[in-house]
Design a protein around this ligand. Structure first.
Ligand code: NAD
Length: 547
């Protein structure tokens, strides 16, 4: 594992000119601490929060463990106030034209590209990820904003439907906004996860009350400010802060619809709460994603893809791979390439481009990774690469790790690690590989490497995952915003992206207008005659080929 030049524990200053300071203390909170971000910059961001409890939570950068900021915390009353403001704003917003809303999304598209350095810097400070993985965040928001702006009418215009009596029954379906959508998001992609699900909600005429994860509030608040700058009315997007079990619950008890991204355990709690209120929810949850290398795969491409599939964002990516099934015929040649690419990866705590992998976000994540690998090794798994924490690079660094010989009694066999750990398995026939890929409770993302696209797509239909990528790790589906993304089984409910990603935030309302005839006996006709006329009519319609 080669280590880049920037010295451990001292990230190089970012190149974007966003405000960074090396030493000033925040006397109010901790006179001895050195803060990585200017207090004025933090203040500008946190002023976008609705948080009056008087309590703050200190957040630290995973790059070094140094303090970053103190985040004001919200009360239940703040959440109530957020909903009051959001409902008021939504009533006006629902009457703005779709074109106006779409134009704001296009302005957001331009803004995130122009301000990408600031977004990336803040993301790296808060999450500790490598710069190249932080770039994926403005990229995904730009793609999402452009897609929904350009397809707004396709998804949301009133649509004519087939009336029961040709020419005499006119039926159309309106897409009515739900009202105020609650969005609860995780820390792993703090910019895009805080924003991407909200953009179609706004487009459809809703307001949003959002609670990002406490570890990455600043990046989410930057997103809120960019929405303001793009022209969205400020009250339309409310941000509150605090523990999920309190502030998250406060949101779920008031929202008209909930969009949750996070762990399966929390998703189940939220599903129960939504069921109790009879409101809808979409749940984007965990995974134990399989990658298949078929015997006809291009092994160089597969090895390159396998590295991205397993170690992007240090494996803290819902769609990254944790299980790899490799055809017997190519196993040794593939593994040699994959291991050698993994060992060549550069790790480091840096604001600059160049590293292949950054830090895990927290001690809790590091503890899970260490526990999973140590348990596997203690029970007989072999480490082909990595397998060690790297405190010399930063407090939560862990090497990209490849395991072989993982068995069902090991924790990492079926439990999501959400870290840079992949288990390799050999398979003899494809039916067996498919069956093993489908084992377990999850079903988020799969990947298949093969030079026979038709064959790979046929296998994809048998993989019980919401997305399957052929000759790519996850980008082919995740970045194609027209395609729905989400999980089968315990990986989730509902879909983000595509038409489903925006329709979830609407109620469909059918409006039928009847002319000339009515659905009852007419002109003195008896009920019996009416039934006969209707029966003849039904038979005739079928003959005509009508739906
Ligand atoms: P988590 O469920 O602990 O937290 C996610 C969010 O939910 C946070 O904002 C948290 O504050 C909030 N929360 C926690 N308890 C809550 C409660 N009782 N009520 C309401 N809100 C609550 O998830 P995590 O462990 O921090 O995130 C990692 C998990 O998220 C992994 O399992 C990963 O696979 C999953 N994830 C899934 C996707 C996807 O699109 N499918 C994307 C990113 C992450």
């Amino acid at each position: 594992m080669s280590v880049p030049e920037n010295p451990p524990n001292v990230p190089a200053a970012g190149g974007s000119g966003r405000p960074l300071v090396e030493g000033p203390a925040d006397p109010e909170h901790d006179p001895t601490a050195s803060y990585a971000l200017e207090p004025e910059y933090v203040e500008r961001l946190t002023s976008r929060l609705l948080a009056t409890s008087g309590r703050t939570v200190r957040v630290e950068t995973p790059l070094t463990g140094a303090p970053l900021a103190h985040i004001p915390q919200s009360t239940d009353g703040d959440v109530e106030e957020a909903f009051v403001r959001a409902r008021r704003a939504q009533a006006i917003w629902a009457r703005t034209s779709l074109d106006e809303r779409a134009a704001m999304l296009l302005r957001l598209h331009d803004l995130v590209l122009e301000r990408q350095d600031e977004i990336i810097d803040l993301t790296v400070w808060e999450s500790g990820k490598a710069r190249k993985h932080a770039f994926d965040e403005p990229l995904h928001i730009a793609l999402t904003a452009r897609y929904y702006a350009r397809t707004a009418h396709q998804h949301l215009d009133t649509q004519r439907k087939i009336g029961v009596v040709p020419a005499l029954t006119r039926v159309e379906v309106n897409r009515v906004p739900k009202g105020v959508v609650g969005i609860i998001s995780p820390w792993n992609y703090p910019f895009t996860m805080a924003l991407c699900d909200g953009l179609p909600a706004l487009l459809a005429g809703n307001a949003v009350v959002t609670k990002p994860d406490s570890q990455t509030m600043l990046t989410a608040l930057l997103g809120a400010r960019l929405l303001d700058e793009a022209g969205f009315p400020k009250d339309l997007w409310q941000v509150v802060a605090g523990p999920g079990s309190q502030v998250g619950t406060s949101i779920v008890t008031r929202a008209d619809y909930v969009c949750f991204t996070g762990s399966t355990a929390t998703g189940k709690i939220i599903a129960r709460q939504c069921a109790e209120r009879l409101i809808g929810c979409s749940l984007e949850l965990g995974g134990k994603n399989p990658l298949l290398v078929l015997r006809d795969a291009d092994l160089e491409k597969a090895a390159e893809g396998a590295v991205r599939a397993s170690f992007s964002n240090a494996g803290q990516l819902c769609v990254s791979m944790e299980r790899m099934f490799v055809a017997d015929q190519v196993y040794d040649r593939f593994v040699e390439r994959f291991v050698s690419r993994t060992k060549a990866m550069t790790l480091g705590a840096s604001m600059e481009w160049g590293n292949d992998m950054g830090s895990l976000i927290s001690q809790a994540q590091l503890d899970t990774v260490v526990a999973h690998v140590d348990d596997a090794v203690a029970k007989g798994a072999r480490v082909l690469a990595g397998g060690r924490a790297r405190p010399d690079l930063g407090p939560y660094f862990y090497e990209p790790t490849i395991l072989e010989g993982v068995t069902p009694d090991m924790t990492c066999f079926g439990h999501e690690t959400f870290g840079p750990v992949i288990a390799l398995y050999r398979f003899h026939d494809e039916a067996d590989a498919i069956a093993r890929a489908n084992e377990g409770e999850y079903g988020l993302n799969g990947s298949i490497y093969s030079q026979d696209g038709d064959r790979a797509r046929a296998i994809a239909r048998e993989i019980r995952c919401g997305t399957v990528n052929v000759n790519e790790a996850f980008g082919a589906t995740f970045a194609s915003i027209d395609s729905p993304m989400g999980g089968m089984r315990e990986s989730g409910m509902g879909r983000r992206q595509g038409s489903e990603g925006v329709h979830r935030y609407t109620e469909s309302q059918s409006v039928g207008t009847q002319r000339l005839i009515r659905f009852a006996p007419m002109l003195g006709m008896s009920d019996e005659t009416y039934a006969k006329v209707m029966t003849a009519n039904l038979k005739f319609m079928k003959k005509l080929g009508r739906a």
